[in-house]
Design a protein around this ligand. Structure first.
Ligand code: AMP
Length: 190
């Protein structure tokens, strides 16, 4: 049973690596960005609420995200563990996650951060925007906001896990397969 936070800025490769990790370890993928896009597509109230934040590249308020994650954890029966992708993005979210997991006698094994320089991120996000249909992948201003929000609000989450001895940074540039191997060697050491 592993509960892993896959961390990194937008465009770091969290989604790509999550897919491979799910296949190898049989974990449940919990991507808050994917959940919000699903709600948006289905036109739910939650989707409507999240829409303006997502369109501007800003964070959806903590209580909304935390409630959605709590529902997803409670609804997932017999999970072998979770890969948290795009969550937690604030220290308040990280604390709430610890609290939620403790109700199930679970905890985060570790955070794995994909390290990718800003210029590479910009190229990757724009490239993804050609096929992702995501407005927030196609507009320079939105991309700038997302990177700034990551630096200002999300980066402190790494310190939160580092202070618990649960933080590991790996190089996120290069062959997808090599990056995957580096991630698996961290997971296999848990
Ligand atoms: P992502 O697919 O992870 O890049 O998320 C897309 C957008 O969804 C973000 O730019 C935010 O507007 C919103 N979002 C996703 N996850 C979170 C989160 N943990 N906290 C706040 N907003 C989030």
């Amino acid at each position: 049973m592993y509960n892993i936070v896959l961390f990194g800025p937008p465009g770091a490769g969290k989604g790509t690596q999550s897919e491979k990790l799910i296949e190898k370890y049989g974990l449940t993928h919990l991507s808050t960005g994917d959940l919000f896009r699903k709600h948006l597509g289905e036109g739910t109230e939650l989707g409507q609420l999240a829409k303006k934040y997502m369109n501007e590249g800003r964070l959806v308020p903590d209580e909304v995200v935390i409630g959605m994650v709590e529902d997803k954890i409670n609804d997932t029966k017999d999970a072998r563990g979770f890969i948290f992708d795009g969550f937690p993005r604030t220290t308040a979210q990280a604390k709430a996650l610890d609290e939620m997991l403790s109700h199930h006698n679970l905890e985060i094994n570790g955070m794995i951060a994909l390290d990718v320089p800003e210029d590479v991120l910009r190229v990757r996000i724009k490239e993804r925007g050609k096929t992702s249909n995501r407005a927030d992948d196609q507009d320079d201003e939105k991309i700038n906001t997302r990177i700034k929000v990551y630096l200002d609000e999300t980066l402190p989450v790494a310190d939160y896990y580092a202070s618990q001895g649960k933080f590991k940074k790996i190089n996120g540039v290069g062959e997808i397969e090599q990056i995957f191997l580096d991630i698996t060697s961290v997971i296999d050491s848990y």
